[in-house]
Design a protein around this ligand. Sequence first.
Ligand SMILES: [Zn+2]
Length: 304
Amino acid sequence: MYIDAHCDSAARDIGIKSLKKMPAFHLDYERLAGQIGVQFFAFFFDEKKFGESLPGQINCSMNWLRADMERNDDLIMPLLWREQLENPLQTFGLMGIEGGAFINGSMRILDAFFQQGMRFLGLTWNYTNCIGGGALEEGGLTVFGREVVARCEELGIIVDAAHLNRQSFGDLLQTVQKPFIVSHTCCDAVHPHLRNLTDEQLRCLADKGGVAGITFARKFIGGAENMEMLGRHIAHAVNVAGIEHIGIGSDFDGTDLVYGIEGMQDWKKLDALLEKQGFKSSAREKILGDNFLRILKEILPQEE
Ligand SMILES: [Zn+2]
């Protein structure tokens, strides 16, 4: 089962009616169906732009996506419960939020969004919020942030550390009880960038049983920003963290992509890329989906 742990397709244009067929986007349901087992859909809205309307905007968008998937259930279904993963032939969409500013210090808001179907939470975007410090700013995980992490683990929401700064990442390691993910990142040792993980971070993530999704974002890949460079990031990450702890998080519809990938239609190039890096078939399956599948099976809630 192939899994992509990050895209912004559902938040790219709040004016669209459906994600069924969107040729101008990096992905749509028609391109996901039969190819991807689980697509993570992140809702990202700039907290400085939306301000107080942020929770309302996310709420509307999440309700829209859930209904849109249900209307197109021949192609995709919302993934809400662990038991659903027993049907490996289905394509699922997993809904979550990138940046915890909308929680605004209220655990009730977190609980309400869980009820709406939120199943992963990016603790911060690049700014610092009530939970912790984002990549572009200072600050560690707050006391409230630690409570949020504990509540996510209790409810069955996957904790995503993708945009945390280094200090908050370190604090997170001290507080997590369950595996967490870094949904879209690359390796700092291959191309230094604030959003890329250091080798030390990769090792600590693996220690906790977590998984990092290597992204197609051109600016994190660096060098010639091509497929060969993407292969180098994946190979390095596996070398440092181990084969059980690396996956893919495309960042489709969120940024400029590595040269050679123009959208979900090019996902099939990954297998050949990994083979070229010397990965055997079972290792390729782990990177392209099985590692994130393990996280989903461990963290997602069971239907009551
Ligand atoms: Zn992001």
